[in-house]
Ligand binder design. Structure first.
Ligand code: SF4
Length: 179
């Protein structure tokens, strides 16, 4: 039974605050998983860590239905245009978490084939350190992102790292521009 005093209660807030509260607890994620960090990603979704407690358990394998991009694992230059296309096709507002050393910096793959950090081609909101990161670190990053969404909301069209390289429509030119 609801106490009758509740019926007289009211609270005030702002529309932005209410919208951001809804956004942060209803993240639809797109997992862009390429390598061994994927095992830790799966652990986060399983019952022991249970990402559902944070309202972010629903993976969507169409970028048009997702607003949180999890980039998990090594990204090669060959794969970079695909990642960029997935990001571009996601709904606004959207956020990105860079999952692990490889996605964040290329990790120990300092070679001609590996992108040295996804922030060269797409904006990143939260980075997770580790090779691989523990599930606790992933949940910590998710909570940080939720705080970011609550306090800053959609940040509009975000810039990318100054080292970023623009993509042309011609795929044959992309490799040269990324190296
Ligand atoms: S950070 Fe480590 S565990 Fe993750 S994809 Fe790279 S090599 Fe694999």
């Amino acid at each position: 039974m609801v106490n009758s005093s509740f019926t007289d209660a009211y609270m005030t807030t702002t529309l932005d605050s209410m919208m951001n509260w809804g956004r942060k607890f209803s993240l639809f994620q797109y997992p862009f998983v390429t390598a061994c960090c994927g095992m830790e990603y799966m652990a986060v979704a399983c019952s022991h860590y249970d990402i559902a407690r944070f309202g972010a358990e629903v993976p969507r394998f169409s970028p048009r239905q997702a607003d949180l991009l999890f980039v998990v694992g090594t990204i090669s230059h060959k794969l970079s245009p695909v990642l960029k296309m997935v990001y571009d096709q996601m709904t606004e507002p959207k956020w990105v978490i860079s999952f692990g050393a490889c996605a964040s910096s290329g990790g120990f793959y300092q070679n001609y084939a590996t992108l040295q950090g996804i922030d060269r081609i797409i904006p990143v909101d939260v980075y997770i350190a580790g090779c691989p990161p523990r599930p606790e670190a992933v949940l910590d990053a998710l909570i940080k992102l939720q705080n970011l969404i609550q306090h800053e909301g959609p940040r509009g069209i975000k810039g990318i790292n100054p080292r970023a390289v623009a993509f042309d429509k011609d795929p044959s030119e992309q490799k040269d521009k990324l190296t």
